[in-house]
Design a protein around this ligand. Structure first.
Ligand SMILES: [Fe+2]
Ligand SMILES: [Fe+2]
Length: 279
């Protein structure tokens, strides 16, 4: 079965007519079914769909990678387009995700979680299916979450915080989830923001799901929060999965994207808004 993945929201655009916005969203089309993975912060989703001459009619399911606003902000609009729709997310998706300003550590952290409440979304038609472990959430589409976190293999992002007691502790984004999509060849991995750490996610695929080859790694790799010294290890790990395509978006960062491009050459792509990948 052919799978088409179209990037609907990314920080950058693939050509004129699209709108760039800090965040991520993609549309997955398989046979007669289509799914939305993340929704961006909200503005670019309808505009980029219009440019693509596409809409969300007949959407079967929405998957959410985690609760940050740059992945959930378009949810109210997306739900409104389809009416009743199942939304698959980790149960911690509505956590009080906050961010500290490293330049002003005395300033109170700012809320960067989902801008609308669960109740509000349910009133619009969202039917939440909360999953704290990996499941095949649609035929051939695996919602990958609840993975082990080796701190040495995770991004370093100490700005992220959640309230605890009278203060705040570091937010490890427990709700982080990715999608693994079966194809006629090896599966495709789509990352939302990879807060769990792309290396931890790959380790999980290998040890818990028995996957040793990936057709593509697409989406937000969060490599901008790894040190430059970590990149050779990441490239080595991608190669270990004999990946045919590394298509990066969102939180990859320019430096990491350049290094990946230099290494992977023809197998590298910028997965920016408006780009379609067919598997
Ligand atoms: Fe995030
Ligand atoms: Fe993000």
């Amino acid at each position: 079965m052919e799978t088409r993945i179209t990037i609907l929201c990314d920080n950058s655009i693939s050509r004129s007519g699209f709108v760039g916005e800090h965040g991520f969203s993609c549309l997955i089309e398989r046979g007669d079914e289509k799914y939305l993975f993340d929704t961006g912060p909200g503005r670019s989703l309808p505009l980029n769909l219009e440019t693509l001459n596409m809409d969300l009619k007949g959407l079967k399911r929405i998957f959410i990678s985690h609760g940050h606003y740059d992945h959930t902000g378009g949810l109210p609009w997306a739900v409104q387009q389809v009416g009743e729709i199942e939304v698959v997310a980790h149960p911690a998706v509505f956590s009080r995700h906050m961010v500290m300003d490293p330049a002003a550590p005395d300033k109170p952290p700012r809320y960067i979680g989902c801008p609308v409440s669960r109740e509000e979304l349910e009133r619009s038609g969202a039917i939440f299916r909360f999953m704290d472990h990996t499941v095949e959430a649609a035929p051939g589409v695996w919602f990958v979450t609840g993975i082990d976190r080796d701190p040495d293999k995770a991004p370093k992002d100490p700005r992220l915080a959640v309230p605890k007691g009278n203060g705040f502790v570091q937010d490890f984004i427990e709700d982080d989830a990715s999608l693994l999509i079966e194809t006629d060849g090896a599966p495709v991995l789509i990352l939302g923001c990879a807060h769990a750490g792309v290396l931890n996610i790959l380790e999980y695929l290998r040890t818990k799901m028995g996957i040793d080859r990936l057709r593509a790694i697409l989406g937000g790799t969060h490599l901008m929060f790894y040190g430059p010294e970590d990149l050779p290890g990441v490239i080595k790990e991608f190669e270990r999965f004999s990946v045919d395509l590394v298509g990066v978006s969102h939180c990859t960062g320019f430096q990491a994207a350049v290094e990946l491009s230099n290494h992977f050459g023809d197998r590298f792509a910028a997965a920016s808004a408006g780009k379609t990948f067919t598997f």
